[in-house]
Design a protein around this ligand. Sequence first.
Ligand SMILES: O=C(O)CCC(=O)C(=O)O
Ligand SMILES: [Fe+2]
Length: 255
Amino acid sequence: MPNFGECHEGLEAFRIAGLPPDFYYIPNFVSVEEEASILQKIPANRWTHLTHRRLQAIPSTLTKTNTLLAAPLPTYLVTPVVSRFKDLGIFDQTPHQQPNHVLVNEYRAGEGIMPHEDGDAYAPVVATVSLGAALCLDVLPKPGDGGEKEKDKENEQDGECDEYKVPMRILQEPRSLLITTGTAYRALMHGIAAIEVDEDLGMDTVANWDLLGDRRAVEEAGGRNVRGTRVSLTYRDVLKVSSAASKVLGGLGRR
Ligand SMILES: O=C(O)CCC(=O)C(=O)O
Ligand SMILES: [Fe+2]
């Protein structure tokens, strides 16, 4: 089976070259108008409040067995974003060939998310649309696989990963798309530091520096990004879907 990169030559120009495969960063994936329209349509009364952010799982939270109760995504999350995913073939190789689940996360300045991996409830492709403000995603090695030292040894042996500097940061500008798949999905963790300013941003410290939509703004701000409120939409394909449940819900008029 060909890997993601081999099937998506059109995306090659957007690959984050300095990181293990495959991260792709596309600036200005949605327009300013589209961004405003999506933000305005996120329902105000559906937030789950966590200590360091608030979130909405759409269409619903997965069950204890990581099953999705099938229900269509709301239109504001489908148009225009999912049609653009189709044009790029982002979910062409996942079981349902389209995203069926979206987590909406909101981070105010000073909020973040602990380093984690997204796990095996989903096909290993995540498409993250950022809205509202910029922040840095930290990319880290997974602890436990013998630790970093062991990894370095392995890397020396196969000579394949030497060129990658991890931990590293990806600056996610508003309106951008970040795709995480392959080794990047399976072998790395990601998190967002709970800070108010991302500092020391530049070509050596930001993995997607060359791909940014507005490098100049960051340079003019002296390599600092003062955080505002950022909303992320993380689109995924949940592997286990129960359509029986959705029929019951549909019958109850819960669509
Ligand atoms: O907001 C983000 O970009 C990351 C969110 C995330 O890691 C997740 O929902 O699993
Ligand atoms: Fe995540």
